[in-house]
Design a protein around this ligand. Structure first.
Ligand code: ARG
Length: 431
């Protein structure tokens, strides 16, 4: 039976179409639904909408539901629309009319909002933790291989000396910027919508500051309409954060595939971490990084998906908003898998140490040699011409000495400064 039952049940086809896979997705919200309900009834009791002896009965019934969620015994039954309906149904089955009291001053619109915000906070913290683990792995590899040179490319043409220290460190620092996006999404999610009810508040004297404190939100969405409008907006901020991390990870995965190709041959992985071919017996393919690249490319489409889903919705609740779950829930899961997998693979990466000894990389050093001449007093443009002519005549012999010392260059990677930046951002989560 529906919460909104008025003496008839909807057509089965209508129910199937409108509920879709929402029951399955809602299972991830169950424990947050209980948490939000606990805060709501504590507040109802404080304003006299529940008797003081009723509160412990409801709290202990909710506690039991929380236990069944943690043990995997909680289900959303057939014919029950969503997690909110299921929780209320369980309370009503156990406590009769008392169970029916908890929805005073609340709508499923602010209920789902509060569930989502609590869930998103945890999801974003989880993403941040995984990012930080990968960040440390990259920083470690950067430091460990700081003296191993590799070719640097522009236009995919041999350009200037680079190093594994620079390569790994670059992705570490890139994750700091992504972390800023994740922290921003966290801040947006960390505001209490509860009490906005259907999106226009309530005639009950709700104490929204109290539920804000009980649920550990940093602040509340004061304006009840703004609270309702945060559905979609919060997801959008999250989507940008997810897409930002995915763009870093996807680019890194592409680099790995390229550098593992025989024409580069800069890195490899143990046989057991690569995949083979059904016809070519010699193959050792980087499928892990290809799947990672593909997943990360897809993740970069979610801000767009969210925009298109919400772009023409006026203020207030619309059922379309339900479909946001189907975009954002799998997205964070997929991102977490990629972060974990990247960290795992990097524990086993094998690096070639002597790459630039190969004469095909001789031209990497032309700028070094121009600079050396410049330092010895030859004007830069003269020095450039002199080395350029040596290359033209096929007489260029590199000195192969690299002496980069400024901040962020091969010889001065500034890993400690990068770590400092990361820690500053992480403080925003209260880590
Ligand atoms: N499953 C719904 C959602 O995610 C719950 C809110 C239903 N509210 C309503 N007014 N029908 O949006």
């Amino acid at each position: 039976m529906k919460l909104w039952n008025k003496g008839f049940e909807p057509d089965k086809l209508i129910e199937e179409f409108t509920v879709g896979n929402d029951r399955e997705l809602d299972l991830r919200l169950a424990r947050y639904d209980v948490e939000g309900s606990m805060a709501h009834i504590r507040m109802l009791e404080s304003i006299g909408l529940l008797e003081s002896e009723e509160l412990p009965l409801l709290l202990s019934a909710l506690e039991d539901i929380a236990i069944s969620i943690d043990c995997g015994g909680f289900v959303i039954e057939d014919g029950v629309e969503d997690v909110h309906s299921q929780v209320e149904l369980l309370l009503t089955r156990r406590l009769g009319d008392l169970g029916k009291k908890i929805h005073s001053g609340r709508s499923r619109n602010d209920q789902v909002l509060v569930d989502l915000k609590l869930f998103f906070r945890d999801e974003l913290k989880n993403v941040a933790q995984k990012m930080y683990k990968l960040f440390n792995r990259l920083q470690h590899l950067s430091y460990k291989h700081k003296d191993t040179l590799m070719p640097g490319y522009t236009h995919l043409q041999v350009a200037m000396p680079s190093s594994f220290g620079l390569w790994f460190g670059a992705y570490a620092e890139s994750l700091v910027d992504d972390m800023e996006m994740v922290a921003a999404a966290y801040k947006i999610a960390n505001q209490n919508p509860l009490g906005s009810a259907a999106g226009y508040g309530s005639s009950f004297p709700l104490n929204r500051t109290m539920t804000t404190q009980l649920l550990g939100f940093e602040d509340l969405h004061y304006n009840v309409v703004a609270a309702q409008m945060s559905r979609g907006k919060t997801e959008r901020a999250m989507a940008y954060a997810v897409a930002s991390v995915a763009s870093t990870l996807g680019k890194f995965a592409m680099d790995v595939c390229l550098f593992m190709c025989q024409n580069f041959g800069f890195i490899t992985f143990p046989e057991t971490l690569t995949t083979g071919s059904s016809i070519m017996p010699h193959k050792k393919n980087p499928d892990v990084f290809e799947i990672m690249r593909g997943k990360c490319n897809r993740l970069q489409s979610i801000p767009n998906e969210i925009s298109l889903l919400t772009v023409n919705l006026p203020l207030g609740y619309h059922r379309d908003l339900q479909l946001l779950k189907d975009i954002i829930f799998p997205a964070t899961t997929s991102l977490c898998q990629c972060l974990d997998m990247c960290d795992f693979m990097l524990q086993h990466i094998i690096i070639r140490e002597d790459i630039i000894a190969d004469s095909k990389y001789d031209y990497l050093f032309t700028v070094e040699d121009v600079n050396r001449l410049t330092l010895s007093g030859v004007p830069f443009r003269e020095a450039y011409r002199e080395v350029g002519m040596q290359v033209q005549r096929g007489e260029y012999v590199p000195t192969r000495e690299v002496n980069h010392t400024h901040e962020g260059s091969i010889g001065n990677l500034c890993n400690d400064k990068i770590a400092e930046k990361m820690h500053k951002v992480l403080k925003k989560f209260g880590f």
